[in-house]
Design a binder for this molecule. Structure first.
Ligand SMILES: Nc1ncnc2c1ncn2[C@@H]1O[C@H](COP(=O)(O)OP(=O)(O)OP(=O)(O)O)[C@@H](O)[C@H]1O
Length: 107
């Protein structure tokens, strides 16, 4: 638990994207309370937020391992990093779709 929390803290300190996810999560959760979401809506929002955080954590861990194994330029290192970044992008697109479907109709 201590090591896992330390990993999350390290990610927050070193990754700009993680800080953006944190801000977006706080804004969306606050909006959720303001708009009085029901249980199903909360579950979709929670899934979207969790998916983005999980993908960002996996991407950050991948980047560290790739930098360790391949500090020099290598097409395979680039390919792996690009695909891991793609996973974060797909989760972010899913989160935007959830936000549009759940939150937008309430305005
Ligand atoms: N060792 C490498 N060999 C080949 N290409 C690399 C290598 N390291 C990085 N790249 C290329 O540069 C891109 C950016 O890599 P970088 O490590 O800066 O990640 P990043 O996307 O800036 O990560 P973040 O913004 O999440 O910190 C990669 O997606 C990849 O295309």
């Amino acid at each position: 638990m201590r090591f896992a929390l330390s990993g999350i803290l390290t990610m927050l300190k070193s990754e700009n994207n993680a800080r953006i996810h944190l801000l977006a999560s706080v804004v969306v959760i606050s909006l959720g309370f303001y708009l009085k979401l029901n249980t199903t809506e909360w579950l979709w929002i929670a899934l979207a937020i969790a998916l983005v955080w999980i993908m960002e954590a996996v991407n950050t861990a991948f980047e560290a391992v790739i930098d360790l194994l391949s500090p020099d330029f290598h097409p395979l290192a680039g390919k792996a990093k690009d695909i891991a970044a793609g996973a974060v992008l797909m989760a972010a697109i899913f989160a935007i779709v959830v936000a549009v479907v759940v939150l937008l109709p309430k305005f």
